[in-house]
Design a protein around this ligand. Structure first.
Ligand code: G6P
Length: 609
């Protein structure tokens, strides 16, 4: 999704803006641009289709410099990814705007502005904002008043930054529905879509809330909401610029896959005491709230949705609590029946996914017992708005394909299973056993990471493949779905996951020597059923790749490649079996030569519907 950076400083801000854009690249985008106000107040703008690197090349050839500026990476929504549609957008060589989000009433505003004589140079919804601010300035308003008046007529979602040649040294920004942070420096202030973009220049941040308008100058900033001045405290983040560096790894995705043992350990840190879960980890009111919970509704998107689907098997199978899981974009537009004493759980890595956030807000009006956010970004909107919160603590995840966020979400969901299970079907001995297994998990993940070289060798076979099937049963069916999602999003190989028992009801028709079939085979009560399903594939000439618990006895043979996974307790095995599927997708994508960390058309944080 679009990324925003802005700065008011005493030094040249072009390099700061450029580095900020580089750090926002992970969000996904297709063009980039920046505008700065030069020392003489002159407006200079550079835009380029494609990567931030192309913008950097242009900047090297046609340097621009100034102490106030805004920059943007654009993920096209209205209008193709062309230079004309790239941000910043200007009005009358006077006003400069960058925007993330969607202005839903842009067509009527555009008609109104065109009738008033404004000429549009792009197909974007954003350009209306530049002209609206220009119209206000022309009517005699200052920049703060002009932006405040302009946002008052906008419908939809936005985070935006505006500068004007009339008031160099000032940057006005606003947020409603899309993320925006303020970075505080000494004699310089910044805005950005996330903290990571500004870490090279500051570690001090204020987090804007819905409807905030912020007026930034070199020496400070003031925030207004609904016309009144409000306080947004400045907090120091523990993140450092290096936390989001790739280090020795070729891609962020690989780094993040290998960070999983540490990330999982971090998710558990301080939350288990002896063989027991510390329920206050979810918030001080959690024990009381959990006492009355009779069922769970989980809502999420993408990979986070798959985590919810695994949790359904745990919550019903281990905890004995009815659980329903749904994608957020469906939930928010239907009329769900909310049972008495249901807990609403929103899972999101970013905490800013538009549909998940909207679902949470909807849920707050529907009479749930409480809302719980399972999230990776502490200052995100989701975390701020939920009653209970369990942070996944995976650390910044940069690769668009989610990996460590998923496994840490699963750990968090297992903690929820423990909490609710103890009030329902889970006895103390079984709970203590699960806690011990969780403590072992980082080591188990470390062991499967040891399969990296063997998995790379297998992944090479996918180079000329166009389709793949993933099979799993029980809680490993959503794991297969996650494996298929990883493969399709980064290698562009069409991949589908099926519950192995469904094979005969359709997908078997597709199986031939050109269709690799990847199966996940834990050593559990469904093993014999799965074995039969694998036979069905072999009988049709399908090539099988099986990640199998060593104790299953499944052996490699003609057309069957088995990668043995060390034995692991059935409850946590979905977490362990996820890791080899991530590696398979990663290496397949590397062999295919795709842009692993920023796959085409995708975004890390989907802040529009
Ligand atoms: C995008 C990302 C996925 C992510 C999904 C949900 O599609 O590319 O990796 O799983 O959004 O994001 P969230 O931040 O809510 O978990």
């Amino acid at each position: 999704m679009c990324g925003i950076v802005g700065a008011v400083a005493q030094r040249d801000v072009a390099p700061i803006l450029l580095e900020g854009l580089r750090r926002l690249e992970y969000r996904g985008y297709d063009s980039a641009g920046m505008a700065v106000l030069g020392p003489d107040g002159a407006l200079q703008r550079l835009r380029a289709v494609g990567k931030v690197r192309s913008l950097a090349d242009r900047l090297a050839r046609e340097p621009i410099a100034g102490t106030t500026g805004v920059a943007h990476t654009r993920w096209a929504t209205h209008g193709a990814p062309t230079e004309n549609n790239a941000h910043p957008h200007v009005s009358g060589e006077r006003v400069v705007v960058v925007h993330n989000g969607i202005i839903e009433n842009h067509a009527e505003l555009r008609a109104e502005l065109e009738a008033a004589g404004y000429a549009f140079t792009s197909d974007t919804d954003t350009e209306v904002i530049a002209h609206l601010v220009h119209r206000e300035l022309s009517g005699g308003s200052g920049l703060l008043a002009a932006v405040t008046a302009a946002v008052a007529v906008l419908r939809g979602a936005y985070a935006l930054g505006v500068v004007s040649v009339d008031e160099p040294g000032r940057l006005v920004a606003a947020r409603s529905g899309s993320p925006l942070v303020v970075g505080a420096g000494i004699g310089e202030h910044f805005i950005a879509s996330d903290v990571g973009a500004l870490l090279p220049v500051t570690q001090r941040f204020a987090f804007l809330e819905e409807g905030d308008v912020v007026d930034l100058g070199r020496d400070g900033f003031r925030v207004y909401n609904d016309g009144a001045a409000v306080e947004r405290p400045v907090r120091t983040t523990e993140l450092t610029a290096d936390a989001v560096e790739r280090g020795e790894y070729r891609h962020y995705m690989l780094k993040e896959i290998f960070e999983q043992p540490a990330a999982v350990a971090e998710t558990l840190e301080g939350r288990l005491v002896d063989d027991r879960l510390l329920e206050e980890s979810f918030g001080t009111t959690a024990p009381d709230i959990f006492d009355g919970v009779r069922s769970v509704h989980i809502i999420a998107c993408g990979t986070s949705f798959h985590a919810g689907q695994v949790a359904r098997y745990w919550l019903e199978g281990l905890a004995g609590v009815p659980c329903h899981v749904e994608v957020a974009s469906e939930f928010r537009y239907r009329r769900p029946v909310v049972p008495a004493d249901a807990l609403f759980v929103a899972i999101s890595q970013s905490g800013e996914t538009a549909d998940t956030l909207a679902a949470l807000r909807e849920a707050r009006t529907l009479g749930y017992r409480a809302t719980l956010a399972i999230c990776n970004v502490p200052e995100s909107s989701l975390v701020r708005e939920a009653d209970l919160v369990l942070m996944t603590r995976a650390g910044p995840e940069i690769g668009v394909a989610s990996t460590k966020a998923f496994t840490t979400q699963l750990v968090a969901l297992m903690l929820l299973t423990l909490a609710l299970g103890r009030r329902h079907a889970l006895d103390a001995t079984s709970a203590a056993h699960l806690v011990r297994e969780l403590r072992e998990l980082p080591g188990r993940i470390e062991e499967v990471l040891g399969l990296n070289d063997e998995i790379r060798a297998i992944a090479e076979r996918f180079t000329d493949k166009h389709h793949a099937l993933f099979l799993g049963r029980g809680a490993h069916y959503p794991v297969a779905m996650e494996g298929a999602l990883k493969l399709k999003e980064i290698s562009y190989i069409h991949a589908e996951a099926y519950p192995a028992g469904e094979l005969k009801h359709g997908p078997l028709a597709l199986v031939d020597a050109d269709m690799p079939v990847v199966a996940v085979a834990p050593n559990n009560e469904l093993l014999e059923k799965l074995r039969s399903n694998l036979q069905e594939v072999r009988a049709r000439g399908g090539e099988l790749i099986v990640f199998a618990d060593e104790h299953t006895g499944i052996q490699s043979g003609p057309g069957v490649e088995v990668l043995p996974v060390a034995p692991v307790h059935d409850a946590i095995s979905p977490i362990v079996f996820t890791v080899p599927l991530q590696l398979l997708a990663y290496h397949a994508a590397v062999f295919k030569g795709t842009d692993v960390d920023q796959p085409r058309n995708l975004a890390k944080a989907v802040t529009v519907e």
